[in-house]
Design a binder for this molecule. Structure first.
Ligand SMILES: C[C@H](O)[C@H](O)[C@H]1CNC2=NC(N)=NC(=O)C2=N1
Length: 112
């Protein structure tokens, strides 16, 4: 299977399949710095990136925004001085879809 980040995102619908435990374990090997959190009963992928200052954090935020717009799939972004917390989940299906792991992998690629 090619890199997770190169996989295509599919339009996720409210009735799309949630990732299975097996898939989560497989995908997590490619994005080991991401944690799975559960808030209001919804599982999410989250990672905090650190930067030199707010300007660097903002530049990264905008790069992630471009990824999201390109994929039609959007994260929650908390941009602070020197750090950005990115949280991916599929809003309509209220959980984790393969898309979220793909976009987490793409997020790592623009974090350099
Ligand atoms: C109409 C629009 O395409 C949908 O609301 C998209 C927008 N971006 C999205 N992003 C995420 N993370 N989950 C969604 O369900 C979602 N739906």
């Amino acid at each position: 299977m090619s890199q997770l980040s190169e996989q295509p995102c599919e339009a996720c619908r409210w009735d799309a399949p949630h990732v299975t435990e097996t898939e989560i374990e497989r995908y997590r090997t490619e994005i080991p710095e991401w944690r799975i959190v559960e808030r209001d009963g919804i599982m999410k992928l989250e990672r905090t990136f650190t930067f030199r200052d707010f300007g660097q954090a903002l530049d990264f935020t905008n790069r992630v925004g471009e990824i999201a717009e390109g994929a039609g799939h959007h994260p929650a972004l908390l941009t602070e001085w020197g750090k950005v917390t990115v949280t991916w989940w599929s809003h309509e299906m209220k959980g984790l879809h393969r898309n979220d792991f793909i976009l987490a992998a793409r997020t790592d690629e623009v974090a350099t």
